[in-house]
Design a binder for this molecule. Structure first.
Ligand code: 6A9
Length: 785
């Protein structure tokens, strides 16, 4: 019984939050405490939408479709690579009060702008302006339907106000955190001040079982029975929302869970046109005028000017003589990261060895940037440190708030779930086998990189430092536990070594079992995962983290000796060399049970007796091991071997720098005209698939986060005295130029910033838009490290 009791107590620990007071109290995002940030474009997974920073927010959004196109089913809503848009993203966004986005669909462009205005007790008003223009290549001006919607998520209610026949002109509503409000849909015009245009109206009012179902509901309600007949054009039937169709559909289901309101206004017009959507908060009583038309234009103008000034003041790209097109690109990179920030609320699904089944983590909010609005619109722990390196330059308090959100997710053990898949919408994008987060699994503690920068900034200004002490004090016990968690659960086999837990176990199915936790997924490690292993990147992360811990502790007047000692130990280059320097390849390396003699081979699939053969593939790829593994250095050359340099662990006089700089500069190894490749061309696993279905990921392509660390390190070693100072400076200039040129060129050519870049052609690859860490290009341009 005792054993059973202990087991269930241990099982609960994984879902027990850290006992120290939260850094952010529950009201920190409320309209009373933070009115200017209450509403925002915090739904990064939709092309255009807004919500409030509160659980179960009322949301607003935009869907659209082109009418009379040769293909139907072209309803756009959530950001999907399958939509094959020619590019979309925020061109300007200040993270708080306004944004300008362009969306390039096949033969037209939508510009979506919003401006907020504070007043009342519920976060104030905002207006959207949506402008549609056909491309010059379009044969005829396309007819487009915009579908602007509001939806509740369990709480609150919406009432549609229908003018004339099918014309829904406004929605009124109420919710706990918004009080009463009204949303008005302006009529489309040919432009500001112009007369109205011929338009057809349709609408939908229905109930929804969840925000993740909105697209389907809209799609299923489309009917083709409506006629578009402009005064001087042909009559044609078009697709439109049909409340009647949905109503009959639902009555058959009678699903009691359907408790949220969903109201959509559809307007169908030929381009070019413009329309506005006005949100007015009921408690905002003394507004001087309505935020529409020329008032809106003026407001937008003012904010654009302020944005441009702040951008130049922060990054100084004009002063550095970048062209206006390059600056526009940099503004888009920053803006899309800011405009891609999400406010998520919900529960992770987590598993420890003590649970038979996964458990639900406590409900929590997470305010975070996301790597990619289309493919990964959710929080990733180590990505976030890189995101905040950029955003902390723009708005340091914002970064602190994000860090606080992440650390408020820490559990009593000191673990933070790596990938945050918190609500139905987030879950609907992830295959179920990837949803569960395991509590042995780490992810690099990049938030320490940001903390380091924030502390440096604060320490130059005693007043600002003292005003931030309370936050630091609340963060501190959490940081301590986080550090301890790494230091104990990820400890390696010999003193002062470290090992990533959670490597893939099914060794014969992968060319090299992955280490997702390190963030570098399929980067080659020891061929046979074992507890004998030690990982040089993790060693370096710990050297960095212990140093920052010592700093935070010192600033707060807490005991900091232990951290200082750990930092000194790990920074001792002799220890580092002893644990990780492979003299045979002259690289820093992991150590473990390893053989290079592995390859993937076709194997006949054995069909169990009595089973139909056609249900099984004929062959599959399995790993064949030609020489038995033994304990040795892994001898891979690539990003992992650069870590002692990337994180400045090497002393400037370390002779190892010579080898590293040589490898970096060598086109046969790491150098390319587009940036540093992740794995040397000479490595046996260079550009090798890991399984039949698993293309090379960190085995060659160029990643911008690591390249950012590399230019930063070159800048570092180029600015302190040492035998390699000049060399580092020279490589710095060249690498910096190559990175900027390529990411910029790809953006111009494809309309996107990408997840990674081909090391042979420089072409953008993988998920897009990826204005996560690839947006660090802005800091590389600004030389802010
Ligand atoms: C799988 C697919 C719709 C992989 O940028 C986020 C992470 C990085 O943290 C990591 O270092 N990316 C990098 O190696 C993307 C991971 C996405 C996993 C989601 C489910 C959903 O398909």
């Amino acid at each position: 019984f005792y054993a059973l009791y202990m087991r269930s107590a241990l099982a609960r620990r994984v879902v027990t939050l850290h006992p120290s007071p939260r850094v952010l109290n529950v009201s920190s995002s409320s309209p009373a405490v933070s009115p200017e940030k209450f509403w925002g474009s915090h739904r990064p997974h939709v092309y255009f939408g807004m919500k409030t920073r509160s659980p179960r927010s009322v949301v607003t959004g935009l869907m659209w479709m082109r009418q009379f196109a040769d293909v139907d089913g072209n309803l756009r809503h959530t950001c999907e690579q399958g939509d094959r848009l020619q590019g979309y993203g925020w061109l300007m966004h200040d993270g708080v009060s306004f944004g300008v986005q362009e969306i390039h669909d096949r033969d037209f462009t939508l510009t979506t702008e919003f401006v907020k205005r504070l007043g009342g007790d519920h976060g104030g008003d905002w207006t959207w302006r949506i402008t549609a223009k056909q491309h010059s290549s379009a044969v005829t001006a396309p007819v487009i339907s915009l579908m602007c919607y509001a939806a509740t998520d369990v709480q609150g209610s919406l009432q549609a106000h229908v003018e004339e026949k099918n014309h829904l002109s406004s929605v009124t509503g109420t919710s706990e955190e918004l009080g009463n409000f009204k949303i008005t849909f302006g009529k489309p015009t040919a432009g500001e001040g112009a007369a109205g245009k011929y338009a057809k109206y349709n609408y939908l009012t229905t109930r929804s079982p969840g925000l993740d179902k909105l697209t389907d509901i809209a799609k299923n309600s489309l009917s083709h029975k409506f006629i578009f007949s402009p005064p001087k054009g042909e009559k044609r039937s078009y697709f439109a929302l049909d409340s009647h169709k949905v109503a009959t559909h639902h009555n058959q289901q009678q699903d009691p869970k359907i408790e949220s309101d969903f109201v959509v206004h559809q307007v169908t017009v030929q381009t070019p046109f413009q329309m506005e959507v006005l949100f007015e908060s009921g408690s905002f009583r003394d507004r001087p005028n309505q935020l529409t038309g020329s008032v809106l234009t003026d407001e937008l103008e003012r904010r654009k000017v302020a944005f441009d000034e702040k951008f130049e003041g922060t990054f100084g790209l004009q002063a550095k003589k970048f062209t206006s097109s390059q600056i526009k690109f940099a503004k888009a990179a920053l803006s899309n990261m800011l405009g891609g920030m999400g406010y998520f609320y919900g529960q992770s699904v987590v598993q420890s060895v003590y649970n038979e089944h996964p458990l639900l983590y406590p409900e929590s909010p997470l305010f975070t940037a996301v790597p990619s609005r289309s493919f990964f619109p959710r929080g990733f722990l180590w990505d976030e440190g890189f995101h905040q390196l950029l955003l902390s330059k723009w708005d340091a308090p914002l970064s602190l708030e994000v860090i606080a959100h992440w650390l408020d997710l820490i559990n009593i053990e000191g673990w933070i779930p790596r990938e945050q898949i918190l609500d139905d919408e987030a879950r609907s994008k992830v295959p179920s086998e990837f949803i569960v987060q395991h509590n042995e699994n780490a992810n690099p503690p990049t938030l320490f990189l940001v903390l380091q920068k924030l502390l440096e900034q604060l320490e130059t200004d005693p007043d600002r430092l003292s005003s931030h002490l309370p936050v630091l004090r609340r963060l501190y016990p959490r940081l301590k536990t986080w550090f301890e968690w790494f230091n104990t659960t990820q400890a390696g086999p010999v003193a002062n070594s470290y090992r990533w837990r959670g490597r893939d176990k099914d060794t014969n199915l992968f060319l090299n079992p992955k280490t997702l936790t390190s963030g570098l997924d399929d980067y080659p490690r020891a061929s046979h995962p074992s507890s004998e292993e030690r990982h040089v990147d993790l060693y370096c992360w710990m050297a960095l983290a212990s140093g920052i811990m010592a700093n935070v502790a010192r600033i707060l007047g807490e005991p900091h000796k232990v951290y200082k000692n750990t930092h000194l130990t790990l920074s001792n280059n002799e220890l580092l060399n002893e644990l990780h320097w492979s003299e045979s390849l002259r690289v820093f390396s992991d150590y473990g049970n390893h053989t290079q003699a592995v390859s993937l081979q076709q194997e006949k699939v054995h069909v169990p007796p009595g089973q139909p053969r056609h249900q099984f593939p004929v062959t599959r790829l399995v790993r064949s091991v030609r020489r038995a593994p033994k304990l040795q250095y892994v001898n891979a050359l690539g990003y992992v071997s650069l870590f002692p340099f990337l994180l400045h662990i090497l002393t400037p006089d370390s002779p190892k720098l010579e080898h590293i700089l040589r490898d970096i500069q060598d086109p046969e190894r790491i150098w390319t005209p587009y940036g540093l490749r992740s794995l040397s061309r000479t490595d046996p696993l260079y550009m090798k698939r890991n399984t039949e279905h698993d293309a090379p990921y960190w085995r060659g392509p160029i990643w911008i986060n690591i390249n950012y660390l590399a230019v930063r390190a070159l800048h570092h070693y180029g600015n302190i005295e040492g035998p390699y100072q000049e060399k580092a400076s020279a490589i710095y200039q060249e690498l910096r130029t190559n990175l900027i040129q390529n990411v910029y060129k790809q953006y111009l050519e494809t309309g996107y910033i990408w997840e990674q870049y081909s090391d042979s052609t420089g072409r953008g690859q993988g998920s897009h838009p990826f204005t996560g860490w690839s947006a660090l290009t802005v800091l590389i341009m600004a030389e802010k490290y």
